[in-house]
Write a protein that binds this ligand. Structure first.
Ligand code: UDP
Length: 243
C-alpha cells in the first residue's frame, strides 16, 4: 500500500476514487472489521498528546487526507499527495454507495435534532438506504451496546477527535464485518445545521477559517493549528529528518 509518514503517523496516498474502491471491496467481502481515519492537522497535533490516539491512527486500515494542512505538509516533506478527500464528501459518497449495494449504516454522534434531520435527508436523497440505528453523542452510556446489537455494515462516528477514533478502535474489535469511520462534524453539515465553507474557501483549503468565524469557540484550537503549520509546512523538509 502506498503510505507516507507524517508526524510519526501513516497517511495513505490514495485518490478519492481508490479510497471508495477499497471501502467498496471491504463492504462486498468483509474479512474482519476496518477502521478509516480522516486526518487533519489538529489530529496530528492531538496524537502527540494522546498515545492512544496515535496508536489508533497507526493501526487504522486507511488514513485519508482530509485537511489541506496534511497535503501541504506532505509536499514539504517531498511527497506528492493525491487530491484530498474531505470527510464530509467521503460520507456522502459512502451513503450513496451503501444505498446502492444495500449495506446498513449506523450514525453515532452529534445531537438528536441533527440525527433526526440527517435521517430525513438521507432517506430522501438515497432512497432505500438502510439505517441500522442512530445514537446521539451526548448520552454515550448505552451507545456501545446498541451498536453491538445492530451490527451495522458501516459505522459513522461523529464525536470529535480523539473520542471518535478511540471509540471505533475499541468497538470494532467486537464488530467483524463493519467499516468504522470517524467523521468529525460531518453530520451537522449533511443535516444542513452547519453551513459548508464557500467553494472558493474550500478550494483554498481555508474551511478552518470559515469555521472559526462561524464558531468563535474554535479559536482555542488556533495555537495548535499554527504550531502544525510552522512545524510541518513552514519548516520545510523537517518531516524527512523525523523519519
Ligand atoms: N459531539 C458529540 N458529543 C460531544 C461533543 C461533540 O456528539 O460530547 C459532536 C458534535 O455535535 C459534532 C461532532 O461531535 O457533530 C464533532 O464536531 P467537531 O467539528 O468539533 O469535530 P472535530 O473538529 O473535533 O473533529
Amino acid at each position: 500500500m502506498n503510505r507516507a509518514v507524517l508526524g510519526g503517523l501513516p497517511v495513505d496516498l490514495l485518490t478519492p476514487e481508490t479510497v471508495r474502491e477499497r471501502i467498496g471491496q471491504w463492504l462486498a467481502r468483509p474479512e474482519r472489521s476496518y477502521q478509516v481515519v480522516t486526518l487533519n492537522a489538529l489530529m496530528v497535533m492531538a496524537a502527540e498528546k494522546h498515545p492512544e490516539l496515535k496508536r489508533a491512527i497507526a493501526t487504522a486500515d486507511l488514513v485519508v487526507i482530509d485537511g489541506i494542512g496534511i497535503s501541504r505538509a506532505l509536499r514539504r516533506g517531498g511527497v506528492f499527495p493525491p487530491p484530498r478527500y474531505r470527510g464530509v464528501d467521503l460520507v456522502r459518497d459512502l451513503l450513496a454507495h451503501a444505498s446502492w449495494v444495500n449495506r446498513s449504516v449506523y450514525f453515532y454522534g452529534a445531537s438528536r435534532p441533527v440525527l433526526d434531520r440527517l435521517r430525513a435527508i438521507a432517506v430522501e436523497r438515497w432512497p432505500g438506504i438502510r439505517i441500522a440505528g442512530m445514537w446521539d453523542g451526548y448520552r454515550p452510556e448505552d451507545a456501545r451496546s446498541d451498536i453491538l446489537a445492530k451490527r451495522p455494515d458501516i459505522l459513522l462516528a461523529a464525536l470529535g477527535t480523539p473520542r471518535q477514533e478511540l471509540f471505533l478502535a475499541s468497538v470494532l474489535k467486537e464488530l467483524p464485518g463493519t467499516v468504522g469511520i470517524g467523521v468529525g462534524g460531518s453530520f451537522d453539515v449533511l443535516a444542513g445545521m452547519k453551513q459548508e465553507a464557500p467553494l472558493l474557501l474550500q478550494a483554498a483549503g481555508m474551511e478552518w477559517l470559515f469555521r472559526m468565524v462561524r464558531e468563535p469557540g474554535r479559536c482555542r484550537k488556533l495555537p495548535e493549528l499554527a504550531q502544525f503549520w510552522v512545524r510541518y509546512v513552514l519548516l520545510s523538509g523537517k518531516e524527512k529528518s523525523d523519519g
